[in-house]
Design a protein around this ligand. Structure first.
Ligand code: WQD
Length: 354
């Protein structure tokens, strides 16, 4: 298929681009480069044998809120499918900048979903988040749990899910799926692609890798008196390559259905909770590198436990995550060691552009 990937210059998007290309699909990446990396797109082409500009992978700079600015490129590409990653993704940041989150994540989704349908795309995959479940849902959480977002970011993802449903209704024949990610970590096994947060990482594992590499003196553990097996918080960490493969499996499944299956909602996780202390210990054991850490106070908005129920996508699409914690930390460390400065081209304006 010809697949438009918005946000394809980001961590999750670029890894999905690599797997799409390796699976024989052709890709047009659309990214505003507010936080993405052109090098990540080049590397996605490199690791999959489909170099950027070589006929199977191309790139257009564009803002999902204004697809009309690149209408000619979208029309020329004539996508069969759209995977929509582009968006702002920090719960903490969204509290201070709600308007930007609603503008990019909700209005941007409306614009790109409509543009995709008009360009003749048949399948839309939307990048949602476990954050829509909030902090009330008991773990493991299933897709029919009542959503209860607790941040503007979470609300923007839930609202965007509704946008996807309404655009699907308005365009019979277009198919749509919503994928709710848990905690993606790790890197491409080649060591050529990985997570490259601008500035100090908010997420756990990129921070751990930078402590191990000596960029920071210690990891601050935000709380160790949760009601969990070791007191630290529990998350459903999933290898970014498993997440990327889930997108290709879902895309191909949606396109292959004889009838429109309606808007599907699936969790993307491993279905296994791991604590913060367990992740740190696994990193130290696999890499042999110490990760000095100190317990500090809770971080606003953090929940004790988050873990996905993952039987629905396994039963319908036949996909399950197949990589474990050791694979995640091994591939993360290989990326960190081979790219101590990340991609080296992250100069986008970030939120300032939204
Ligand atoms: C995991 C655990 C922290 C950093 C967020 C978004 C979610 C998704 C993934 C977009 C928590 C602890 C972290 C640190 C720590 N993003 N931690 N020290 O908060 O579960 O999820 O990122 O979709 O939507 O909410 O991920 O990696 O930030 O935190 O102790 O320096 O690690 O308190 O318990 P989170 P995280």
């Amino acid at each position: 298929m010809r697949v438009l990937v918005t946000g394809g210059a980001g961590f999750l998007g670029s890894h999905t681009v690599a797997v799409l290309l390796a699976s024989g699909h052709d890709v047009l990446v659309m990214d505003s480069f507010a936080s993405g990396s052109r090098t990540a797109v080049e590397r996605a082409g490199e690791v999959s044998g489909a170099p950027l500009g070589g006929g199977r992978l191309d790139l257009v700079t564009g803002d999902v809120r204004h697809p009309e600015q690149v209408a000619d490129r979208l029309a020329a590409f004539a996508p069969d499918a759209v995977v929509h990653f582009a968006g702002l993704k920090s719960p903490t940041e969204s509290v201070a900048h709600p308007a930007a989150y609603y503008s990019v994540n909700v209005a941007g989704t409306a614009q790109i979903a409509e543009a995709a349908a008009r360009a003749g795309s048949r399948v839309l995959l939307f990048s949602s988040s476990a954050t829509v479940y909030g902090d009330e849902a008991p773990a493991p959480v299933a897709e029919d749990a009542p959503p209860a977002p607790v941040s503007p970011y979470g609300w923007s993802k839930l609202m965007a899910e509704q946008v996807v449903r309404d655009v699907h209704t308005a365009h019979p024949g277009q198919r749509a799926a919503v994928l709710r990610y848990f905690n993606p970590v790790g890197a491409h096994p080649s060591g050529r692609m990985g997570e490259d947060p601008a500035g100090e990482p908010a997420n756990l594992m990129p921070y751990v890798a930078r402590v191990a590499a000596g960029h920071y003196p210690e990891l601050k553990v935000f709380g160790a008196d949760f009601a969990t097996r070791d007191g630290s918080a529990v998350r459903d960490f999933i290898h970014v390559m498993d997440l990327a493969e889930a997108h290709v499996a879902t895309l191909e499944w949606m396109a292959a259905q004889a009838e429109d299956p309606g808007v599907k909602v699936w969790n993307i996780g491993r279905g296994e909770g791991v604590t913060v202390f367990e992740m740190v210990r696994a990193f130290e054991e696999v890499t042999g590198r110490p990760v000095p850490h100190r317990v500090v106070g809770l971080r606003a908005g953090d929940i004790a436990e988050s873990c996905a129920a993952v039987d629905a996508i396994a039963a319908e699409v036949g996909w399950r995550a197949r990589r474990g914690v050791e694979d995640m930390v091994r591939d993360l460390w290989a990326w960190q060691q081979a790219n101590p400065g990340g991609y080296g081209d992250r100069s986008g304006p970030g939120l300032r552009s939204a």
